[in-house]
Structure formats: structure tokens, C-alpha cells
Design a protein around this ligand. Structure first.
Ligand code: 16G
Ligand code: ZN
Length: 486
């Protein structure tokens, strides 16, 4: 049974659940085990608990609940999570009863919880604490219990891997004579779970894709000097990967739900352009939209709206927001600038399967490459490879679709980041007073400039983003805005 520690600092269910140094998480894990069990009883379905801190340092860890369709839980349940995580041990029973009453949960209902973990050393004992929580609740109620346990939730089973592999082979059969150069892809596994999966897949795809895996977890530390976040934020190649000109390279993050291709982050542009062309060729009148966040480069937004004429929506940061917005369209493409994303399609789009015209067949196979839950770096990688193959494009040509405005991201440590309130999909601040006016006047001093600040949902920092016509200008603006925040 997990030990309860004194809850010193208030933890909040952030952008992707709780996240902090792994030493402070034991009690939070236990309580998420309790809450997942309640959620499962309420929904009468399986609930996932994912133990990971994704791209954060190996010393950190985190936990998020995964709802019945693979999505994040609703705001009300995030609220319960925060409440449970911060309750003193004496108040825990009352807090639990409160959730049970408010949600009218029948404790006799069967529960089914699936716990997954990434490859961090601390994930072993922390996932055990989740299981302890599940067992603790179940031993006090009459409900039967199903418990699953594995490594990552996404993309775990062999069957799923085979489905991706065979869809990729099908797509590939449309363009069989790809040169060796075009088939070569360098993959940075970030010393995490993605490395294990790429290793497994490599053997099945030898003919179609030559994967060279780096940072495979055999020696390096998770996310250390490698991985999607490092590459994106530091704008540097990962350690151990020697890239030569024109080579395609991509990086997963620690739990393999993000992917970044260098030196290009216009994944959504590439995919939506391709899907739109296929829809036109197949004569299908479906609504396609791209969902972005404030971090999306201004040039990509302009290109999508003005040239591609696709619908563009902006939401708050975090897959949970983008995913819901994407689901409102027949086909919704979303990729955050940091590499998180996927393509969702409405169930009504399944009639694609009955149309066997060439374009539709290709569309069907392409769609089968997509893992529609909240994002899976390995399926995204195969999707991008498929699009590049079909279009006969090099990374350079992809990069040339539009030109990103130079940009800079910084983080600022402040005493209390929660004083910063935002609106309009985090593009403007509403508090503290005067901050937005200060940002506006700094932005006005630069050309083609845009800047915003928001409290991070995964780290104790405020994030600053700036873009402008030159790198010097973007750097200066980011710096000036940081000072205004501080
Ligand atoms: C998490 C989110 C990601 C978001 C990022 C923002 C998931 C699976 N991942 O990684 O979507 O972009 O947090 O972090 O939900 P921040 O709030 O620290 O900037
Ligand atoms: Zn991740």
C-alpha cells in the first residue's frame, strides 16, 4: 500500500494531468487509482491511467486519466482529481464519498482499469501505487474488477502494429520504386518507449522503409539531449544522430505521442494539403479543418487559410482541447507545433470504405494509418512517410511549402504563475492588469510580429512565444516580453 505523505504544495490537474518530480507523486498515484476506479464504475467502461511525464526530464513523472474513448477526462473529473490529490489523508474518505454522491455512482458496479507506464525508472513503483489505489477501493466494495497492465497504452498490441505495417505496405504498393535515399529515415527514439516500438517495426518494413534508430534506450537517459522537445525548443539535432544534407530525421518524445520532423514542423500543412487533394480527386464533399494553437507559426495559418482554403481553428494548448475541436469536422487535422497530433474523422466518413476508386482506396489506406486517439508518434511517422512517398516529395520540398516566420520560445520563472490569466485561445492575457498593453506596445515595435505568454500546464514556469520577420527581431521581442512578465 502506498504511503501518504504530507501534501505540502497544491498540485493541479494540468495540461496533461499531474506532473512534477517523481518523489512527490506517490500519494497522487494512489488517489488516481481510486478515482479511475470510480470513473470506470460511472461509465461502465474501461478507464486508462497513464504514468508518464512525456518529454520532461527522467527525474520527473506524472499521471493522467484516459477516458473511455482514449480521450482526456472532462473538466468536472479533472476537478475531482485536483481535489483528491490535495486532500489531507484524514479527509480522503469524505472527498471520495463526495464524488460518489455527486456522480451517483453505484459501488456494486464492476470496474475495469488499465494502467500503463513509460520506461522511466520511477514508473515501476508509481504505477504500483496506482494499482494499490484500485485494489484499495475494490476490496471495500462488492464490484468485480478487471485490471490490465502494460507499457504504453497507445499502440501497444501486436495486432495494432501489424495493422499499421500492412496499411503502410498497401500505400507503398502505389509507388513501388522509391529510391534508397527516399526510403531512409533517421529516428531519434529519445531513449523511451518509441525506441522499443521502432525496433519491433523495423524488421517488418525492411523493403519499404529503412529506419535507422538512434537513442534506443540502451545507454542514454530519457529525453536527455534528445527527443522531440529538445529538438524543437533548442532547434538542435539530437545527440548521437549524424544528419547529412537532405536527410529526413524525426524525433519522438519519451512516451512516443509527439513527433517532430526536421527541419520542418508543418506536419498539419503537409497532411491536410494531401488529404484535401485526395478528397477532391475522389469527388468527396467532406469538410476538412486544421486545428492549431497560438504556437502555430503565423505563416502556416496564412498558407492554410489563403492558399489551401481549409478551415483553421485555434484552441488552447493541449491535445485535449485540439482533439475536441477537430472532432467537430468530417476530417480534423491537428498537430501542435511541438509535434503532438493526429487526424480525426467522423464515424459517418466510413462510407469511404465502399468506394473502390483509386483515390478513395488510397484515402482509405491512408486513414487506416492514423491512430485516431490522442496521438501516436509511430503512426504519425508512417502517415508522413506515406504522404511523402505518394507525392514523391523530399523534405526540402516539404519545407518549401511555406516559410516559417523566425520565432523564439522562452520560459520565465515567476513567484506564482497562476496570476497570469489568458483568453482567446491563450493569445491574450486578462491578468495581471497592464500586461497585455505592455506586450502590445512591444509587438508594435517589430515587423510581422506576434507574441503571447501563458502559464505552463506541465512545469512551474510562464512560457513566452514571439515571432517576427527576422530571427534577431523574434529573439529581441521574446526577451522584452519576458522582462514584462517578470
Ligand atoms: C502536454 C500536452 C500537449 C501540450 C503540452 C503543453 C498531451 C498528451 N500533451 O505535453 O498537448 O502541448 O503539454 O505544455 O496532452 P505546457 O502547458 O507546459 O506548455
Ligand atoms: Zn509525450
Amino acid at each position: 500500500m502506498a504511503q501518504f505523505e504530507e501534501v505540502s504544495q497544491k498540485s493541479a490537474y494540468g495540461t496533461a494531468g499531474f506532473r512534477t518530480n517523481s518523489k512527490q507523486l506517490d500519494h497522487v498515484m494512489f488517489r488516481m487509482g481510486l478515482l479511475a476506479t470510480l470513473r470506470s464504475k460511472k461509465t461502465k467502461a474501461t478507464i486508462g491511467v497513464m504514468v508518464t511525464a512525456s518529454h520532461n526530464p527522467e527525474e520527473d513523472n506524472g499521471v493522467k486519466l484516459v477516458d473511455t474513448m482514449g480521450e482526456m477526462v472532462t473538466p468536472a473529473w479533472e476537478g475531482y482529481a485536483t481535489q483528491l490529490a490535495n486532500t489531507e489523508q484524514e479527509g480522503l474518505l469524505t472527498a471520495l464519498k463526495d464524488v460518489i454522491d455527486r456522480e451517483a455512482i453505484s459501488m456494486a458496479q464492476e470496474a475495469s482499469v488499465f494502467v500503463s507506464k513509460d520506461t522511466r525508472p520511477s514508473s515501476e513503483s508509481l504505477s504500483q501505487a496506482v494499482l494499490d489505489g484500485v485494489h484499495a477501493l475494490e476490496s471495500h466494495s462488492k464490484g468485480a474488477l478487471t485490471l490490465g497492465f502494460n507499457y504504453t497504452l497507445i499502440f501497444d498490441c501486436w495486432f495494432e502494429l501489424q495493422k499499421l505495417v500492412s496499411s503502410y505496405k498497401q500505400v507503398y504498393s502505389f509507388v513501388p520504386n522509391r529510391t534508397d535515399d527516399q526510403k531512409a529515415l533517421l529516428v531519434d527514439g529519445a531513449n523511451g518507449i518509441g525506441a522499443l516500438k521502432v525496433c519491433e517495426m523495423e524488421t517488418y518494413l525492411k523493403k519499404e522503409l529503412q529506419l535507422s534508430l538512434f537513442n534506443d534506450g540502451s545507454s542514454g537517459k530519457l529525453n536527455h539531449l534528445c527527443g522531440a522537445d529538445y529538438v524543437k525548443v533548442q532547434q538542435k539535432g539530437p545527440i548521437g544522430v549524424e544528419m547529412s544534407a537532405g536527410e529526413r530525421c524525426c524525433s519522438c518524445d519519451g512516451d512516443a505521442d509527439r513527433i517532430v520532423y526536421y527541419y520542418c514542423d508543418s506536419i498539419a500543412t503537409l497532411i491536410s494539403t494531401y488529404l484535401k487533394e485526395l478528397l477532391t480527386q475522389a469527388g468527396l464533399d467532406l469538410q476538412i479543418a486544421v486545428v492549431q494553437t497560438a504556437y502555430a507559426n503565423g505563416s502556416s495559418t496564412r498558407y492554410l487559410e489563403d492558399t489551401m482554403k481549409v478551415i483553421v481553428r485555434c484552441t488552447e494548448t493541449g491535445v485535449k482541447h485540439l482533439h475536441h475541436a477537430a472532432q467537430e469536422f468530417d476530417i480534423g487535422v491537428y498537430f501542435e507545433a511541438n509535434g503532438h497530433g493526429t487526424v480525426s474523422r467522423k464515424p459517418t466518413c466510413t462510407y469511404l470504405h465502399t468506394n473502390l476508386e483509386n483515390a478513395a482506396l488510397l484515402l482509405q489506406n491512408t486513414v487506416n494509418l492514423i491512430n485516431q486517439t490522442v496521438g501516436d508518434a509511430i503512426s504519425d511517422m508512417l502517415l508522413i512517410e506515406a504522404v511523402l512517398t505518394i507525392r514523391g516529395m523530399t523534405v526540402k520540398q516539404w519545407d518549401a511549402i511555406y516559410t516559417d516566420l523566425p520565432n523564439r520560445q522562452l520560459k520565465v520563472k515567476v513567484a506564482d504563475r497562476s496570476v497570469i490569466g489568458t483568453t482567446n485561445a491563450e493569445r491574450r492575457t486578462v491578468s495581471p492588469a497592464g500586461l497585455q498593453e505592455a506586450i502590445d506596445s512591444l509587438v508594435n515595435k517589430h515587423r510581422q510580429a506576434r507574441s503571447f505568454v501563458r502559464p505552463s500546464g506541465t512545469e512551474d514556469v510562464v512560457r513566452v512565444y514571439a515571432e517576427a520577420d527576422t530571427q534577431e527581431s523574434a529573439d529581441a521581442l521574446a526577451h522584452e516580453v519576458s522582462l514584462a512578465v517578470y
